[in-house]
Design a binder for this molecule. Structure first.
Ligand code: UD1
Length: 418
């Protein structure tokens, strides 16, 4: 298993290009199932979850080709299987995103239940009840969600909580339903908006995306389209936390600052000096960070996917930061590892109290999930001496060549392949 070795304490300097958003690209690839025509996609990030999604789609019979320039051409003209098997779904929960499109276009789908995951229970009950509201008959057999419907019918659906992939699954399914669907309490994440924009290019009739009420008028068929995936706001935010922790000055390019409001304002509070353009950000840190309080929330609130990285920053800050996780019940697994690096953190339920220390000291730590891995890398970049981050397959799921990008910024980081 690959590990990362980091010799910390080097301020980051230079320019880095931000990749396309994983969480936008995944549903967008699944949207290919909605049409027999090809989709031509740009800015698809080169990372493991995307490879997993393409593998899953290939098993369904979907053809795709990708080049080195983050372009993917994908076509679901002939779909030979309607089943997403357990061995793929268990490695990537977002595989559930094939359920809505398969059901809407082919009237049937079998998707393995994802099971638990490191950061919490994460059920898919809202996906299921939403599809039932659209007229699907759904049963759970042998660990699989089995869904059938002749043609889905539009309905008003109000999910019990805001769910990102739930909104995406239901929105995709509704594009081919008969009549109008209203999704209330919908997720407003920029990735949902990007998916809606692609679907509209494919001929879907969608309004209200970006608000909590999305209206979809079903159409009989969708067609091919060309689309550029939006920038990854979490990758960008992670690099900003890194420079805030190490000091230095970096410039991010190919980024979408307008999707990053909550992160940018917290980092400004922490003392990061920011300048923004339409697709770039420069960030300079000359001082010790100031502790910030964060409470995770659905977009446009502070993203749960940025919680671990800001926590890493707080470990080094002047003062005490209170971090409250409201979205997932078990998303503090990085805490024990940060403590191994010398952090002073106390957890009480969903709240972590982080008392800043003057310096962290390198150690061997273990990555437990995707964003936790990023927080350990950030802490390692700021710690004195060597930090080894084990199990970085988690990091590889969602960050495109992170060590290469950090090396480009002057970090002393290398991948050790076992
Ligand atoms: C997506 C993101 C993930 C991010 C999360 C929250 C993708 C591929 N992943 O995950 O990076 O951390 O949003 O911003 O886009 N829930 C239920 N029942 C359901 C669905 C959700 O109880 O049917 C709960 C979840 O357990 C969680 C909350 O709702 O507590 C939000 O989850 P959700 O928005 O669905 O997360 P994902 O879409 O899986």
């Amino acid at each position: 298993m690959d590990r990362l070795s980091i010799h910390g304490g080097v301020p980051l300097q230079g320019e880095v290009e931000i990749s396309g958003a994983k969480n936008a690209a995944l549903p967008i690839l699944c949207a290919a199932l909605l049409t027999a025509d090809p989709l031509r996609l740009h800015n698809v990030p080169d990372l493991k979850d995307i490879a997993t999604a393409l593998r899953l789609l290939k098993q369904l019979g979907v053809e795709s080709a990708r080049d080195n320039a983050q372009r993917v051409e994908i076509c679901a003209q002939t779909v030979s299987s309607l089943e997403a098997p357990y061995d793929l779904v268990k490695t990537m929960r977002a595989s559930i995103l094939v359920l809505g499109p398969l059901l809407a276009r082919f009237g049937e789908a079998r998707v393995s239940l994802p099971g638990g995951c490191a950061i919490g229970q994460r059920p898919v009950d809202q996906h299921i009840s939403g599809l039932e509201a659209l007229g699907a008959e759904i049963s759970i057999e042998h660990g699989y969600v089995i869904a059938k419907a002749k043609r889905l019918r539009g309905a008003v659906i109000r999910t019990d909580m805001v769910t990102v992939t739930g909104t995406e699954n239901l929105m995709m399914a509704a594009t081919l339903a008969e009549g109008t669907t209203v999704l209330e309490n919908a997720a407003r994440e920029p990735e949902v908006v990007d998916l809606a924009n692609l679907l509209i290019k494919m001929g879907a009739r969608i309004t209200g995306h970006g608000s909590d009420r999305i209206v979809i008028e079903g159409v009989p068929a969708l067609h091919g389209a060309e689309h550029t995936v939006i920038a990854d706001r979490i990758e960008a935010g992670s690099f900003l936390c890194a420079v805030a922790a190490t000091g230095g000055e970096i410039r991010l390019t190919h980024v979408a600052p307008d999707t990053m409001g909550a992160t940018l304002s917290k980092l400004a509070q922490a003392g990061l000096t920011l300048a923004l353009g339409s697709d770039w950000i420069t960030a300079q840190m000359k001082r010790r960070p100031k502790a910030v309080d964060v409470r995770t929330h659905e977009y446009p609130g502070f993203a749960t996917d940025m919680q671990a990285q800001v926590m890493a920053l707080n470990t080094l800050a002047e003062g005490t930061g209170i971090v409250v996780e409201t979205i997932f019940e078990n998303r503090f697994m990085h805490v024990q590892e940060l403590i191994r690096l010398g952090a002073d953190i106390e957890i009480d339920g969903h709240t972590a109290v982080v008392r800043g220390v003057v310096g962290l000291s390198g150690a061997t730590v273990m990555a437990t999930d995707l964003r936790a891995s990023a927080s350990l890398v950030i802490a390692g970049l700021a710690a004195s001496g060597q930090t080894v981050v084990e199990r970085i397959y988690h990091l590889d799921r969602g960050y495109s060549h992170m060590e290469r990008k950090l090396s480009q910024l002057g970090a002393q980081i290398e991948r050790l392949t076992a």
